[in-house]
Design a protein around this ligand. Structure first.
Ligand code: NDP
Length: 392
């Protein structure tokens, strides 16, 4: 057996650690770890490098470079620090690259991995939200394969007939509804970060957990699905399914609806992407439908989950709207986590930033132009956040 060479971008995060957990449990010699990356968490990165015998580790932020060097003293691999090291990690020859950095920071490393024509486990949905046209055209140009890791997109990938797209009527993304599904608008005004970080089903990083509470996560996933599966907004529905057993569905023109189900555990889509097109063992609880006994589905309340409505409007507006939306949302979530703005201010930051900048209609931009718009949106969003925090 030839080992599959794997790099994990964002190896210290929730998806990154779950990826390494699958690799740890695989048959000896099945995988070989090439490169691992983190932003600040030098201790964990060093521990992973030693355990998995990586060739190269990259730390994006220079703050903890000394800690990384001290922890890897005498280690045989190479160490890189700073944004260029991150790109270097993505370029190291690998058969599979897990793109699991959080936020727009994942865009450039993902594009570098695409350029080596690897199989990409795409967890970093923000790459497609910021630069969907660019990423998809590069995937085609370099012959890379995108394997969706988001459980919903992974579900659709498993049941979608890509050979006969005309037979597909619509995609149905499911959403758990997060911790505030049954919370009144009055109570939402007083929500604090610790409440929003308490997701009822999924154990994830802080940013995506807040996005799940506001349902911006589902909005970002709607945009991600549109690019990944080449479908307009009108052919992608979102429904709430609190049990998170049906991970998503595809409806065909003859009325058939195919769903992918399973226990809510990210190690299923991660293992699927790592082994594709084969299957491999994942340490996931078997689905017991009799024990669960009831699966429920209903429409999302777009007043309560305003972020979902804003994301759909951004997708429909086209051009750079989703790039601007993502930048504003990242800043809004960061400010909420620091207690600078309230929970209900998060969608206001996104909406006001989009309104202040207006529609930038170009969608065939290069990376530098996309990053310039991201920077401009962050500047505008900073102004909106200042206004909102001065008011409260
Ligand atoms: P985490 O916050 O848990 O981890 C993020 C990873 O990215 C860490 O390794 C972190 O390093 C690194 N990172 C953070 N900021 C930067 C930066 N500026 N430059 C370089 N690296 C950085 O995130 P998750 O694992 O939860 O999510 C990762 C991606 O996967 C997101 O796009 C998310 O939407 C998606 N996803 C996540 C799911 C989940 O279950 N968590 C489910 C589906 C999708 P450090 O540890 O040093 O901060």
């Amino acid at each position: 057996m030839t080992a599959r060479r794997v790099s994990v971008l964002g190896s210290t995060g929730s998806v990154g650690q779950n990826t390494l957990d699958i690799i740890r449990r695989a048959e000896p010699g099945e995988f070989e770890v090439v490169a691992l990356t983190a932003n600040n968490n030098a201790e964990l990165l060093a521990k992973q490098a030693l355990e998995f015998g990586a060739d190269f580790v990259a730390l994006a932020s220079e703050n903890n470079a000394k800690i990384l060097a001290d922890n890897l003293n005498g280690w045989g691999g190479e160490i890189g620090v700073g944004p260029d090291a991150l790109k270097e990690a993505s370029r190291r020859p690998a058969d599979f690259v897990m793109a699991s950095i959080i936020g727009a920071a994942g865009l450039e490393p993902t594009l570098e991995a695409v350029k080596q024509g690897a199989h990409i486990g795409l967890a970093n949905k923000e790459s497609l939200v910021c630069a969907g046209d660019l990423v998809m055209s590069q995937v085609k140009a370099y012959g890379a394969v995108l394997l969706p890791v988001d459980s919903e997109h992974n579900a659709i990938f498993q049941v979608l007939d890509t050979e006969r797209p005309k037979g597909v009527k619509r995609l149905i993304l499911t959403a758990s509804g997060g911790p505030f599904l049954n919370t009144s608008m009055t109570k939402l005004r007083h929500v604090k970060a610790k409440d929003a970080l308490n997701h009822p089903i999924w154990d994830m990083g802080a940013k995506i957990t807040i996005d799940s509470a506001t349902m911006m996560n589902k909005g970002l996933e709607l945009i991600e699905a549109s690019y990944l599966f080449d479908r307009p907004s009108s052919e992608i529905d979102v429904i709430i399914h609190p049990q998170s057993v049906v991970h998503s569905m595809v409806e065909y023109v003859d009325g058939s609806v195919l769903a992918q189900m399973g226990s809510p555990d990210m190690r299923t889509p991660i293992a699927y992407s790592l082994a594709w097109p084969a299957r491999m063992q994942a340490p996931v609880e078997s689905l017991d439908l009799v024990k669960i006994s009831k699966l429920t589905f209903f429409e999302p309340d777009l007043e309560k989950f305003r972020s979902l409505r804003i994301a759909r409007e951004a997708l429909e507006a086209g051009g750079q709207a989703t790039n601007i939306l993502n930048a504003a949302n990242e800043l809004a979530v960061g400010s909420f986590l620091k207690g600078r703005i309230g929970y209900l201010d998060i969608p206001i930051v996104a909406e006001d930033t989009l309104n202040e900048i207006g529609n930038i209609t170009e969608n065939k931009l290069d990376l530098d132009e996309i990053l310039a718009i991201d920077a401009m949106a962050r500047q505008t969003a900073t102004g909106v956040i200042k206004r909102l925090s001065a008011r409260s």
